[in-house]
Design a protein around this ligand. Structure first.
Ligand SMILES: [Zn+2]
Length: 530
């Protein structure tokens, strides 16, 4: 019988803090519910000292989800740890996760502390956390580049102070598999009392080795792995949960551990994260990419049709990926639509079905076949997770081959309609600038991608935009048979998130006695020169 491997999901912490992946409270809760359904053992819900938003997310998730352990991150000091504990107060199974860098590079340049000082800080911080919470995880940050004998001393100090989980992160994605495996074996052999603690991996994908290193860590003795949905995270990202889970599932013949993940929720979880953040996965992404189960080459298709196992090591159904594509047309009813959504992993409420149906019929008027991808896009676009401050009522776009475009938008907010026009080099840019004039908060587009969401000439275009408002990045995503309209709606979605966040941070600052006054901020936000 293989041993149980604990899945520690940090999509909402390490994932969420990376560029383009921020989520608001409602979105984090929605993601956490799906992670619970997926069966993850531990949800790292945030870094409570970092912001009021993180604190609220940890509190809300702690109060709602009873099955998984809820972890909160804290640096190795009293303020952080107390704040984490306060956020966890309603959790059924709380865990404080405290960390401190231990590599010489970090000690010298970041912390400016000696090895002895760090050891004392670890003992104190883990001891303090243990006095509050029975479950305490300690991470020596940059363990992968820490001197091995010093790493063992640090781990020893943490275990003696009461740590229940020792996480050895390859923070910078530098390790190769044999090194990472050996580090676990060394800590296991060198630190007294490790039989009572769980060893954990935390790997980054800078060299494309995050999942491989995770599996190496398991061979070295780790029984918890830290990972994120779609592998989102700092820089090149964290180890992808779905890849680890399926590697262990498919190769249970040789791997020494199993997980309790409900694999058929992997694809819905991946899709939900894309919907919430606008962060796409590449088509050839393992397990959850659009092409992950597509057999294109003739000889492969032939073999596959004779017997799927000739070219398929797992079935799309196992990971919850829908397989039949043409489903609905103009004459399909609400019931069929709701059913199909259920099969795709979306349990829509009655008003949501109504809204989806309205968008579906609008789309079906323009194209003959509505594909699963179209349906997913409808949910992505049509269901607002941020209060929709501004809605786009009308877009007019005129452009010519000389490279001048004019856009006029009519937008509504609190039942008041505003109309603005702007001129720019391209039609999309003109639409964005017109939107900026209405919201009064100019944004800078930093990523703009267009692709067709379904096959055939009637395919609709999906536009994903990442834009910066006030130094923070937000994403928007929209689908339409008109690319300029899709771009304008995607941009507006990002702008709505920006306006919402900026207002919220003004309120937060006011609540905590911060020095930012709304007028000051609004002054800074007003567009400079049009
Ligand atoms: Zn990390």
């Amino acid at each position: 019988m293989s041993e149980k491997l604990y899945i520690f999901d940090t999509t909402l912490r390490d994932g969420e803090q990376s560029p383009g992946c921020s989520m608001n409270l409602g979105e984090k809760l929605e993601m956490a519910r799906l992670l619970d359904r997926l069966g993850v053992d531990i949800i790292e819900a945030g870094f409570p000292i970092a912001s009021q938003g993180d604190f609220d997310a940890v509190s809300a998730i702690s109060a709602e989800l009873r099955r998984p352990t809820i972890a909160a991150l804290a640096r190795a000091n009293q303020l952080d740890i107390d704040r984490a504990w306060a956020a966890l107060k309603d959790a059924a199974k709380p865990r404080i996760h405290t960390f401190l860098a231990t590599s010489d590079i970090h000690l010298k340049y970041k912390l400016r502390k000696t090895r002895e000082e760090i050891l004392r800080m670890i003992s104190w911080a883990v001891g303090h956390a243990s006095s509050l919470c029975p479950d305490v995880e300690f991470s020596p940050e940059d363990a992968g580049r820490t001197d091995r004998s010093y790493l063992i001393e640090c781990c020893h100090a943490a275990v003696e102070a009461g740590a229940t989980v020792l996480n050895l992160p390859d923070t910078v994605g530098y390790c190769l598999q044999p090194e990472y495996e050996e580090m676990f074996a060394d800590v296991k052999a060198g630190v007294p009392g490790t039989e009572k603690v769980v060893l954990s991996t935390h790997t980054h994908n800078d060299l494309g080795l995050a999942v491989a290193n995770t599996l190496a860590g398991i061979r070295g003795g780790a029984r918890q792995v830290e990972c994120t949905i779609n592998g989102i995270g700092e820089r090149a990202g964290n180890a992808a949960l779905e890849e680890i889970v399926m590697a262990l599932y498919v190769r249970h013949d040789v791997e020494p551990v199993h997980t309790d993940i409900h694999t058929e929720e992997l694809y819905p979880a991946s899709q939900l994260l894309i919907r919430l953040t606008g962060m796409q996965v590449q088509r050839n992404k393992a397990i959850v990419g659009l092409n992950a189960f597509a057999h294109e080459a003739g000889i492969h298709q032939d073999g596959y049709l004779k017997n799927a196992t000739t070219y398929e090591i797992m079935s799309p159904e196992t990971v919850g990926m829908p397989t039949d594509h043409i489903v609905l047309g103009k004459h399909s009813g609400r019931h069929a639509l709701a059913n199909r959504y259920r099969e795709l992993g979306y349990d829509l409420t009655k008003p949501e079905v109504e809204r989806a149906y309205e968008l579906f019929t609008k789309l079906a008027d323009h194209k003959k076949n509505v594909y699963d991808e179209d349906l997913i896009s409808i949910v992505n676009e049509g269901f607002e997770h941020i209060p929709e401050l501004y809605t786009l009522k009308l877009l007019e776009s005129v452009s010519n081959s000389e490279g001048r475009s004019t856009a006029t938008v009519e937008m509504e907010k609190d039942e008041q309609c505003s109309r603005e026009s702007a001129t720019a080099e391209g039609p999309c840019d003109a639409a964005f600038r017109a939107i900026d004039r209405v919201t009064g908060i100019p944004g800078t587009v930093i990523e703009f991608s267009v692709h067709s969401v379904s096959s055939g000439a009637d395919g609709t275009a999906e536009v994903v935009i990442r834009a910066r408002f006030q130094g923070k990045e937000f994403s928007g995503k929209s689908t339409s048979y008109n690319v300029i309209e899709a771009a304008a709606r995607a941009y507006l979605q990002a702008a709505n998130k920006g306006v919402y966040e900026i207002r919220r941070s003004v309120k937060d600052a006011a609540a905590t006695g911060g020095s930012v006054h709304e007028n000051e901020l609004v002054d800074r936000l007003l567009p400079g020169g049009y």
